[in-house]
Design a binder for this molecule. Structure first.
Ligand code: C5P
Length: 402
């Protein structure tokens, strides 16, 4: 079940360079469970192929009042399209389309649908910075807002003109989030801030070597995506990893060492509602980091290791109203060790995963978890994807935190 399950979205594409992102937007909306149909202006076809959009949306793409089959012409009924849609999302909305909409012009199918649609309408403007700033465009957007349309903000950054500034269309994920928010005003983690540590840490020995571990960051990223999809704003403090996220609600803070992770966590922790330590933080680091690469010789060498800061324990000691969750990767006496850790670090819950379970632990994309609450109630889950585990974990947090 996606956050847009059962929602019919009519995507209107007008002819601007941002239309090259439309296939990603279609995919994003479909991934969230919606049915998508596409209507585009004739000039939009210069920027994105209707076939790509038809293939992704699994629906014919319409761009004119009649179909092109001369033997059997079909009237593309704009009223029917408007009635079918639960939401009409116009992205990108160019300067030309915005002004036509504001003035009620009707010289293409997209505009005709706009004028006849009764559903909520979202508009994602996209244009060059000076066009965007021009009083006519600003006025048109105000007018469209005053008609009850939801005019989305624009992004700032690199523009197709080569200039830098305000006017970029919002990224597809961000646009989808606006629609998701509209249909899910009561997401369980709406307005919550969630801090997640993820991945390994690397502790330098010299400028080229380090002490690290096999953590991939997959579990932490899965937790971040699930939290963001439940409406939270997520700060993901992450050690070296190949994992990536485009989610607009996730802010990634990349670090390398345990000390750097600790510094980020210390800053963010007081302002969050939920904190999860999913990182495999190095327990020890070299006492001294060699300034130059250590040369190979024939004798043995030893490196004196000193403990790193226990970040989770710090959060336990400084806990105010946060719900604090830790992870325990155990190889023996799993339950006993995990409960001991939960108490010692002043946690509200701990997720136990055992390296003895096939398909659990490092690098793999599945995990088998047991959730232990501070009241000692224990919930065991079957082996499942890390996303499935993350969903189960947030189910538990939401149940016990409310
Ligand atoms: O004590 P142990 O390392 O087994 O505890 C694991 C839990 O503590 C994990 O949630 C891990 O993210 C966290 N941890 C930490 N800082 C450390 C070591 C572990 O936050 N230095």
């Amino acid at each position: 079940m996606g956050l847009l399950s059962g929602v019919n979205i009519l995507l209107g594409i007008s002819g601007g360079i941002a239309a090259y992102k439309s296939p990603l937007l279609v995919r994003e909306l479909i991934k969230n469970g919606s049915e998508v149909r596409v209507v585009m202006t004739p000039s939009a076809k210069d920027f994105v192929a209707p076939l790509a959009l038809a293939t992704l949306s699994k629906n014919p793409v319409l761009s004119s009042f009649t179909s092109t089959d001369l033997d059997n012409p079909v009237w593309n009924d704009h009223v029917e399209l408007g009635l079918w849609a639960d939401v009409f999302l116009i992205a990108p909305a160019t300067s030309n389309t915005l002004s036509a909409m504001a003035q009620g012009r009707c010289n293409n199918l997209l505009l005709a649908v706009y004028l006849s649609a009764k559903c909520p309408i979202f508009i994602a403007p996209a244009m060059d910075l000076d066009m965007f700033a021009h009083p006519s465009n600003q006025k048109n957007m105000e007018t469209l807002s005053s008609f009850g349309n939801k005019v989305l903000p624009v992004d700032e950054g690199f523009l197709a003109s080569g200039l830098q500034g305000k006017g970029r269309m919002l990224e597809p994920k961000a646009i989808a989030m606006h629609v998701i928010d509209f249909f899910n005003p009561t997401l369980p983690l709406k307005d919550k801030r969630v801090l997640i540590t993820a991945g390994p840490t690397y502790e330098a020995i010299d400028p080229v070597r380090f002490i690290g571990n096999h953590a991939s960051g997959k579990m932490g990223f899965a937790l971040a995506e699930v939290a963001a999809n439940l409406g939270a704003k997520v700060i993901l403090v992450c050690g070296p990893t190949t994992e990536k996220t485009q989610h607009p609600q996730i802010q990634v803070k990349s670090i390398v060492s345990a000390m750097e992770m600790f510094e980020e966590v210390k800053e963010v922790y007081p302002s969050v509602d939920i904190a999860i330590g999913a990182a495999a933080v190095a327990d020890y680091k070299p006492e001294l980091v060699a300034e130059h690469k250590i040369k190979k010789k024939n004798n043995n060498i030893s490196i004196n290791l000193v403990p790193t800061q226990d970040i989770l324990a710090y959060m336990g000691t400084h806990k105010k109203n946060q719900y604090l969750l830790g992870f325990a990767l155990e190889t023996e006496n799993e339950l006993v060790n995990a409960i001991e850790k939960l108490q010692r670090k002043n946690l509200d819950g701990i997720v136990l995963n055992s390296l003895q379970d096939p398909g659990a632990g490092f690098s793999v994309s599945t995990n088998k978890i047991t959730y232990i609450h501070s009241n000692k109630s224990i919930q065991t889950f079957q082996i499942q994807s890390k996303t499935g585990c993350a969903e189960a974990i947030f189910d538990q947090i939401i149940k016990h935190d409310s």
